[in-house]
Design a binder for this molecule. Structure first.
Ligand SMILES: [Ca+2]
Ligand SMILES: [Ca+2]
Ligand SMILES: [Ca+2]
Length: 273
């Protein structure tokens, strides 16, 4: 009888402790209660509706509310499946130009093709939040000169999927093939627009994002891929990072094969290849 009593007391205590700790966490982090699976579905509805009610105005190089006679963004969209934190997402890509790395004056440089999910990229971008199916925020960040990004520090995971649709451009040179006598300039980079659900952006599943004003928001990026490092190998073990995806789901952060270092992903662990 005493044993049963003790068990009941123990259950009551642990429930009280659990509730208390949960409430404390919620006070610290209001995002803890977010149902990310449900959010993924409502985000997808928002994105699809946004795409069906807007078009790409080539003259203004900008997304605009739909007017008659124009095809919607959704009519010409690339739909990509992407997985993160065991939740399935859809990412939408509008291709303006694919990009062409062939320099007509110096055609000897081979075309590297498309970057893999984990290749380091050199890109220009400009980002806005999709506030609703009809409203975009002001530009929250942009880079018009180009910057390098690498997979393991990428803030917006959706980029690593979206950029796979584009090729880089080529370095502008003098007509005789010499280095261009001016600022480093790429021509013919791949241009497009990425429409990224919040789960592939600043998701609150990642506690580093709690303080971001963009947490759990759908984002739009105008992008231009200028160049990339084919077969980027983050841990220099001779195996490209994109091949260190043991479960083959496109997410390199969930492959942890080393029993001695169970928190280091294989693509960052030179002992595993
Ligand atoms: Ca490697
Ligand atoms: Ca994986
Ligand atoms: Ca490795």
């Amino acid at each position: 009888m005493n044993k049963i009593k003790n068990i009941i007391v123990l259950i009551a205590l642990s429930t009280a402790f659990y509730s208390c700790s949960d409430n404390n966490n919620r006070a610290i982090n209001p995002f803890l209660s977010v149902d990310h699976q449900a959010l993924a579905m409502s985000d997808n509805d928002t994105l699809v509706n946004f795409l069906k009610n807007h078009y790409y105005d080539a003259t203004l190089d900008s997304v605009k509310p739909l007017v008659s006679g124009q095809a919607t963004l959704f009519d010409n969209i690339i739909i990509m499946d992407a997985k993160r934190n065991d939740i399935n997402y859809k990412l939408y890509v509008y291709k303006i130009s694919e990009g062409d790395p062939t320099d007509p004056n110096n055609p000897s440089k081979p075309d590297k093709g498309y970057p893999s999910v984990s290749d380091s990229i050199f890109a220009k971008y400009s980002g806005q939040a999709i506030n609703s199916t009809t409203e975009l925020s002001a530009t929250f960040d942009s880079n018009t000169r180009g910057s390098w990004f690498t997979y393991n520090t990428l803030a917006v995971r959706g980029w690593s999927f979206g950029f796979k649709n584009f090729k880089g451009g080529y370095l502008k040179k003098e007509p005789n093939g010499d280095v261009f006598n001016g600022p480093i300039t790429y021509l013919n980079g791949g241009k497009g627009i990425l429409f990224i659900p919040s789960g592939l952006s600043y998701t609150s599943i990642d506690s580093r994002n709690y303080t971001s004003t963009l947490v759990n928001r759908n984002l739009l990026f105008y992008i231009e891929l200028l160049d990339f490092v084919k077969d980027t190998d983050h841990d220099n073990d001779g195996k490209p990072s994109h091949e260190e995806d043991a479960n083959n789901d496109g997410d390199l952060t969930n492959d942890l094969s080393d029993p001695d270092n169970p928190t280091i992903a294989d693509y960052l662990n030179p002992l595993i290849k």
